[in-house]
Design a protein around this ligand. Sequence first.
Ligand code: ADP
Length: 610
Amino acid sequence: MARRDRLDTEDLPKVKVSGESLKRISRLFGYFKPHRGKYFLGLFFLFLTGLTALAFPSLLGDMIDTAEEAMLQDIDRIAVLLLIVFVFQAIFSFFRIYLFVNVTEHVLADLRKDTYNKLIRLPMSFFSQNRVGEMNSRIATDINMLSDTFTTVVAEFLRQSMLIIGGIAFLAYTSVELTLVMLGIVPLVAVFAVVFGRIIRRLSKETQDRIAQSNTIVEETLAGITNVKSFANEMYESVRYAKSTEAIIEKALQGARARGFFASFIIFCLFGSIVGVIWYGARLVNQDLALLAADPTLDSENLFTIGKLIKFILYSVFVGASIGGIAEMYAQIQKAIGAAERILEIMDEEPEPYEAAHPSNISAISGSLKFDNVQFRYPSRPDISVLNGVSFDAKQGETIALVGPSGSGKSTIASLVLRFYDPDSGSITIDGINSKEMGLEFLRNQMAIVPQDVILFGGTIRENIEYGKPGASLEEIEAAAKKANAHIFVDSFPEKYDTIVGERGIQLSGGQRQRIAIARAVLKDPRILILDEATSSLDSESERLVQEALDKLMVGRTSLVIAHRLSTIRKADRILVLDKGSISENGRHEELLAKENGLYRSLLELQMQA
Ligand code: ADP
């Protein structure tokens, strides 16, 4: 799992850090506003840890120089000073980390909530155009990425910058000459090392990917071994596997060359440059010692001593490491900007008009429904007309059956009633009011849907039924379950309504899941009911229980049924036969059956044969 997360963040796009991109994401800083006090305090502690870190090499160098002068109490004094520096460093670090994480976690929680709240309020057209998995990853990976960046990277970036600037200032103070020598070598080597490190990591990731690919071959062939054998394709699979294992070797060796080269480079350049700086510094020390020997009255303050050389080396290591660290972080900041932009994209989407005004004089609808010349294309497929002028009328309490070949537009009609989409032209009126003028929440509260394939949430049965009316009492839930013919089987479970369903709990049969969905709808007590009958046949006993529950549910409500069962169709007040997005026949069962060569008749005959 952890590895997967890593790979995901590595796949994030990198964005050029520019004024433009910073301006765009600066909106996210709004999230910091409520916590700015803590954030600035954190920054202050960060500054203090930087100072104490910078004091360390200087004190250490002083201690060594004092050793030469054999002043014991001075040595002790510096040791105590160093100890104090460490104590403060430790305290400052604690607060710095705690404050940053505290601010970041609050900010991220707000960001998570806002993104999620925005996401679930986006229109259906958004979800058909964007893969659900990708959305999931935006919430998980992108926000994690931001979390890492804000908690550690930004803080480290500032700290390292401070160490570089402060370090170079101290270096120049110690010896300008040597500083110039150092700056000519160390940063170059550090940046080169970072770039190289990245190449090695990329190669090792590619090797991992190839290993995964070849494992997939093994998995696939073993899972489908009957296929492999029955087609006598062992040879083919062997060749395929051999190719993929050789591909691993190729990448792995590329990685090995890079790593080998990196090791030689480190030994030669990095150690070489350190030795180079020390060599140059040792010569300076030697020169100054010669000067001192010639003229003992010289002030040792102005001479380059061993202690100063040590200071110098330590500061150089600080500066080198920080430059390397910053180059590394730059890449991460680029990715974080990419992640932030993707999150902002969601934030900028237009949500569904939930709060749209609805006629205030009605608190509920009676449920008459009218389609008037409705034309519709899915926003994601504007080239295909799905509904071409559909008109029909359902009076309050009537049952309308939608039949027709698959792809003829039945589910689309149901989606339009729920206002998942609005028609391109024509109108849908409910109780004589154009549904576009009704707020979505109001409208959908008057409707319930019993889908073909019921998906239950991974909670208890009780929670799953309660979804129809959040806050319902157990009595209400039981009553609904009884009406839906679900009580009998729920009652047979040891934990009854507290039985967990879904992946981690009990697996319900198709008919049982449908009855739970019916109970949900009963609890919601809608004026308009949308039923999508299951095509896969249930056994006759559960079909009878489901049908009976549905019949009870439909009483007194306007029902739109995507019908597959003959029993439903027979009883319908009107049957709409859809063909390629138009209503080709419209009437009662007997009327339609009487039509020679009618589509309904042929559909029915087909069904009878099956
Ligand atoms: P039915 O329910 O009668 O099988 P649908 O209403 O599901 O038919 O589909 C009607 C047409 O609309 C089909 O051609 C289908 O491919 C297309 N369609 C359905 N849903 C979408 C969608 N979300 N985006 C684009 N096209 C869709």
